[in-house]
Design a protein around this ligand. Sequence first.
Ligand code: GBH
Length: 456
Amino acid sequence: PEIYNRVNNKSFPKGFLWGTATASYQVEGAVNEDGRGKSIWDTFSHIPGKIKNNENGDVACDMYHRYKEDIKLMKEMNTRSFRFSIAWPRIFPDGKGAPNLKGIDFYNRLTDELLANGIQPFATLYHWDLPQALHDKYNGWQSRETAHIFGEYAGYVANKLGDRVKHFFTMNEIRTFVELGYGNGQFAPGLKLDKKALYQVRHNAVLAHGLAVQAIRARTASGVKVGIAENLDVPVPIIETPENIKASQLAMREQNAGYLSVIMDGRYTDRFLSNAGANAPQFTGEDLKIISSPLDFVGLNIYMPSQYVEAANNPEGYRFIPFAKSQPRSTSEWQVLGPECLYWGPKNAQILWNAKEIYITENGCSGSDELTADGHVYDTDRITFMRNYLTQLQRATADNVPVKGYFYWSMMDNFEWASGYEIRFGLFYLNYKNLKRIPKASAAYFKTIALKNELV
Ligand code: GBH
C-alpha cells in the first residue's frame, strides 16, 4: 500500500522552490574586469597540465556580461530561485582591506535583476575562489587567520546585500575543496599535505563557516537566513529494512564527521578522533561552539550514493557494499547513479540532525550532449536521471521531510574545474564558439515540472 500511494501522489508541497545553480569561477569570466583580484583558481588553471585541455575560466560563459539574458532564460523555464556564488576577489581583491565597490556593484545588479524577474536570489559566499593574496600571505586555509578574514568578508557582503538577499550559504562543499585542493592536489591550490596538516585545514574550514554564520547574523537585520551547502556523503541502505536503515544513519554521521556532522552536532565523533590519533587537529571547546552556530537551513549537494550499506555485527554496526561494475554512471568518472540518495540524504539529515529546513542545493548529471545540425540537444539520459531522482525527492516530501526547494546543477554548461569544458552538466547547452545558450530537452522537462509542481 505504501508503494501504491507513492506512485499515485506526484505533487510537491505547496510553495516548493524550483531553481538552478552556478558558481562564480565556473560561469562569470571577466577575470580582469572592474578591479577583480586573482584567485587560486586563476593561478591553478593556468598551470599547464592541471586542467583537461589546459582550459581555464578567463571567459567561461561570460555571465558577467550576459546575466540579464540568462535571467530571462531562468524566468522562461519557470524557475523562481537562482543559486549563485560571490567571487571573494571581486569584493576584496587582496582578500581583506579596502572593498572594491565595482565588485559589490555587480552582485547588486545581479540581485536586482533577479528580483525584478520574480526570482529569489540564494547567494553562496565561497565556492572555492580564494583570493590568491591570502594564499600567498597566510597559506590560505592552512591558517586560522584565513578563517577570521573569511568571517569579515562574509559579514561585509551580507550587510550590503541582506536587504534583498534573504538566503546566504557560507560555503560550498568544504569536503571537496579541502580533500581535492589540499589532500590529493587535483583542485586549486594543488597541494598534497600530510595527514596532520590536512586535519588542520579541515578544522580551519569548518571554523571559517561558523565565524561567517556569526558575522552574517551580526551584520544583517532579522529575516536573513543562513545555512551551508555541503557535499553530503549519503550511504544508502541496500534493502530498506529497519536494521539497514539504522546502519545507514550510523554510517552517515561517521562519513560526514569532519564536515556536516561537526557543524550540526558541535562535536567530532569518537571514531573520527581515534582514527585521527596524533594527527587530530588542534581545537578548543570554543571552536566547537562557533562551528555549530545554529543554522536556519541546511543545503545538501547530492549527486550519488556514497556507498550502499547494510547492518553488521561489528563495532561500527554497518558494512559497506561495493558498487557493481555495471552500476549506471554518468560521463563524469566519479558519478555513479543511484536515485535513492535523494530520499535518504534529506531523510537521514532530518533524523540525525533534526533539520527543520532543507534545500537540495545541487543535484545533476553530466551527459554526452550533442548539438544536432538543426540546433537541438536530445539529452534523454538527463531527463531519465531527473525523473528517477526527483521521484525519490518527492517521496521524501510526501514523508514529511522538510525539503523546501531543489536547485538543479547547473543552469548551463560551464567550466567543470579540472575537467574543463568537456564535461557538461547544464540544462542549457553552451556553444563555446559563440557563447550561445541552447535549451536542451531537459530544460523543457524541468520547465514543465516547475510549472506543475509535480512529477511528470
Ligand atoms: C559539485 O561537486 C560542485 O559544487 C560544482 O562546482 C561542480 O561543478 C558540480 O559538483 C559537478 O561536478 O575526482 O574521484 O576525487 C560535486 C561533488 C566532489 C564530485 C568531488 C567530484 C571528485 C571525485 N564532487 N568529486 S574524485
